[in-house]
Design a protein around this ligand. Sequence first.
Ligand code: CP
Ligand code: NVA
Length: 301
Amino acid sequence: MNKDLLTLRDLSQKEISRIISRAIDLKGGVDGSACPLIGRSIGLLFEKPSTRTRVSFEVGIYQLGGQAVWMSPQELQLGRGETIADTAMTLSRYLGGIVIRTSSHERVTEFARAASIPVVNGLSDLHHPCQALADIMTMQERKGRTRGLKVAFIGDGNNVCNSLIEAAACMEFHLTIACPEGFEPDADILAAAHAGSQSEIVVLRDPKEAAGMADVIYTDVWVSMGQEGQADSKKNKFRGYQINKELLACAKKDATVLHCLPAHRGEEITDDVIDSPQSAVFDQAENRLHAQKALLEMIIR
Ligand code: CP
Ligand code: NVA
């Protein structure tokens, strides 16, 4: 059976721990010459822009000995009305696996249902599981553990936040989310996380309350890709949710700052915070490469 990564829940705690430990080894140069993807081609079908996800997958696939085949819908018959399912069935005859970035999560699941190769979600409106793997790895690096950590997510209850909720439930860290009313994370994802874990996962309004004594403080853009039409009204509602020196002072003295990037400096995070020694955001970006290589080693057969 195929091993897909459509949401972080497709991986068990044991599998995530294995990926993170392997990623840390790969980053440290252990067994860096292993090329499990020799002779294999991995597709990258991206319907939205990307810097980190695209380049880290392309480079990672090359480092594992494989070939990355990048595709945008405009260049495929998909852009002229060929169905997702027919595209998935066709590409499955050529590729060893595929990474998809698209708008609706339903498109990712539809593709995976029709595909006979492993499908990795490279971001949908609901989930960003590859980001969550790098987030877990970065917390492990900076704090030496994930279990029992107090993590605060300040901002929009979006795809990155939803996958962080699944990470909290699986890796047993506590997560407090502060967001304005109407911008809560997905209710079903939250309910499933509450049902399946001992971690405290709380949604509240006050950013200072969420940041209080946190080990890790995390944010993402207020206006995600595809939401440009709501930019002005969202920015107004999120004004009090910026990670700045004052908010960071509520967290533990040695709190780590995370951001999945791209950042809108001066909006959800200030320069002095993102560029401070407490910020791990570029390690977090680098860790996308290592974590995804470890993931591909596990799922591509
Ligand atoms: N964090 C992240 O997924 O970045 P990109 O949009 O640049 O891929
Ligand atoms: N929430 C952001 C994440 C970008 C990596 C978006 O969907 O645009």
